[in-house]
Design a protein around this ligand. Structure first.
Ligand code: FAD
Length: 290
């Protein structure tokens, strides 16, 4: 199928893009990497009157270390995030997660801003941003906001973005001493969206997990913090018994959906497997160190 005809704009500035969004209202759609929007247009699942291509907006594709943390521009491609030495050092969770996003061809076009604005419940980046307590920067006509990731993702493909707002960056706060992170997921094939994914960010002392932040993807309408499992791990040295206890706590944290890819029971099982695997990896180099 071919898309419904649309007007095409390629603004040269953020002001111009915002003015176009205001002019078209809900009939205007931003085009970033196009990895989700273009298939939706082709299948006529979306039929906007105007496409506002933001790929040439200046200054939105950078990755820089600022006082407030690691700032990743909305137009940074997944591939750039994956390859960035700043990300590897200051947000290793994102560097670990990126290779799981689709295939390389998709990662060369897909953007950070597109991924957070799309808010796919199985996407890796939103879960990582929740685990890292990151914020999403957005601008509108005459306003700008910083929205904590935990409040940004509101439901399936639904965010806190208001009509006429554009995501400009995500900001990952500086990682404090002793915090380590790990991402992993289980999918049917590499490159598929996750059946279950886990972004774990924990404060360790030796082999003891002092604090844990666990954000799952693929198990609910938004990234899901596993608060009971976090409590079960907190202040304890990782062991088979502790991991089993945290796995049981997960049952109360998660209420996964069933679909053609897997039942709720399968997803619960995979979440427990993933939790044990991720925590074991996370504490691995710490055992024996005090
Ligand atoms: P686009 O497709 O251009 O836009 C998506 C939506 O976001 C549109 O509504 C658009 O208007 C809006 N938007 C874009 N940028 C902004 C902005 N700055 N501010 C406000 N709104 C904006 N993703 C994963 O996370 N994990 C996967 O495993 C995965 N697998 C994939 C497999 C395939 C085969 C394909 C085709 C895609 C896959 N994706 C996956 C999605 C892809 O990687 C992109 O991250 C995602 O589609 C959105 O990024 P984009 O830049 O392509 O956005």
């Amino acid at each position: 199928m071919k898309p419904v005809p649309f007007a095409y704009y390629r603004p040269a500035s953020l002001d111009e893009a915002l003015a176009l969004l205001e002019r078209y209202g809900s009939d205007g759609r931003l085009l970033a990497g196009g990895q989700s929007l273009v298939p939706a247009l082709n299948m006529r699942l979306a039929a906007p009157a105007a496409l506002i291509d933001i790929n040439r907006l200046p200054g939105l594709d950078g990755i820089s270390l600022e006082r407030e943390g690691l700032v990743i521009g909305a137009l940074a491609r997944h591939e750039a995030v994956e390859a960035s030495s700043l990300v590897a050092r200051h947000a290793p969770l994102l560097a670990q997660a990126m290779p799981h996003v689709g295939h390389r061809a998709i990662r060369t076009r897909g953007t950070v801003g597109g991924s957070v604005a799309l808010a796919d419940p199985a996407a890796e980046l939103p879960a990582c941003l929740v685990a890292l307590d990151a914020v999403i920067r957005v601008v509108g006509r005459g306003n700008q906001r910083e929205i904590p990731a935990v409040n940004f993702f509101r439901g399936i493909y639904t965010t806190d973005l208001a009509q006429g707002e554009i995501v400009t960056a995500v900001v990952v706060p500086p990682i404090r001493l002793g915090w380590r992170s790990r991402f992993d997921e289980l999918a049917r094939r590499h490159g598929d969206y996750a059946l279950v994914g886990l972004a774990a960010h924990c404060r360790l002392e030796g082999g003891t997990i002092k604090e844990a932040r666990l954000a799952f993807c693929g198990v609910g309408p938004t990234p899901v913090r596993a608060l009971r499992a976090e409590l079960a791990l907190g202040g304890r040295r990782s062991s088979a018994e502790v991991l089993a206890e945290a796995g049981r706590a997960l049952d109360a944290d998660l209420d996964p959906p069933g679909d053609v890819h897997g039942s709720p029971a399968l997803r619960r099982h995979l979440a427990r497997v993933l939790l044990a695997r991720v925590i074991a990896k996370l504490v691995e180099p710490c055992h024996g160190r005090h």
